[in-house]
Design a protein around this ligand. Structure first.
Ligand code: AP5
Length: 215
């Protein structure tokens, strides 16, 4: 869990690949639905562009279907879900039904000004949501994804005013009770996400190794 631009997607993609976990990123799933023009995508597009949360009903239904896929059996890394108390409750019910549990909740701590700076320079690839930064992590060829060759673009919600709305509404207001819920269950570890990529990676690896989370 963490505010927009904290580096969740950057780290989650790496960790899932290295540890054989399924990476479920609800933001990536929603952007794919928008690209494909599905009914979910049509409903989510404007909500996402203004920095609000998509409704719990839609997100929970989308997540439930994804969690049922075959690739989740070795373990799952959740990125961007749950973000509300209703989503956390629904996740508990789903896990109970599957006789599975949450190993850890990692909270990425970072201040608002740093995320505004980071997200203003972020670029993502159209095909697979691979993440770049124009200064700190540029692609080899400007505007082209190193991994799949697709076009890089700037997200609609990466404008400074929308970033600030996301930070306040989605992080300060909606996520706080979810974190407290998990903290009360002894699951939360905080991480300083304003450090360099290498420092964040090292701290996160150490934390996960300590949990025996290697699949
Ligand atoms: P989502 O796509 O999940 O967006 P987010 O949570 O706002 O997170 P971001 O993707 O913006 O940031 P990140 O932490 O992954 O950072 P990144 O690694 O890219 O959700 C989008 C929207 O979908 C939401 O606003 C909402 O509308 C909807 N939605 C999604 N899930 C939902 C849910 N469960 N319920 C309801 N609605 C939902 O890194 C950012 C930049 O920083 C990059 O350029 C990167 O290269 C750079 N960077 C990364 N690490 C570092 C570092 N250590 N130092 C310097 N730069 C770094």
């Amino acid at each position: 869990m963490g505010p927009p631009g904290a580096g969740k997607g950057t780290q989650a993609g790496r960790i899932a690949a290295e540890r054989g976990l399924a990476h479920i990123a609800t933001g990536d799933m929603l952007r794919a639905a928008v690209r494909d023009g599905t009914p979910l995508g049509l409903e989510a597009k404007a909500v996402m562009a203004r920095g609000d949360l998509v409704s719990d009903d839609l997100i929970i239904a989308m997540f439930r279907e994804r969690l049922g896929a075959d690739d989740t059996s070795a373990g799952v890394l959740l990125d961007g879900f749950p973000r509300t108390e209703a989503q956390a409750g629904a996740l508990d019910d789903m896990l109970l039904g599957l006789d599975r549990s949450i190993a850890a909740v990692v909270v990425f701590d970072i201040d608002e000004e740093t995320v505004v700076r980071r997200l203003s320079g972020r670029r993502m690839c159209r095909a697979n949501d691979h993440v770049y930064h124009v200064e700190s992590n540029p692609p080899a060829v400007e505007g082209v994804c190193d991994i799949d060759g697709s076009e890089l673009y700037q997200r609609d919600d990466d404008q400074p005013d929308v970033i600030r709305t996301r930070f306040r509404k989605q992080w300060i207001e909606a996520a706080a009770p979810v974190i407290e819920y998990y903290r009360g269950r002894g699951l939360v570890s905080n991480l300083d996400a304003a450090q360099s990529r290498e420092q964040v990676s090292a701290e996160l690896d150490e934390l996960l190794d300590g949990l025996g989370a290697r699949a």
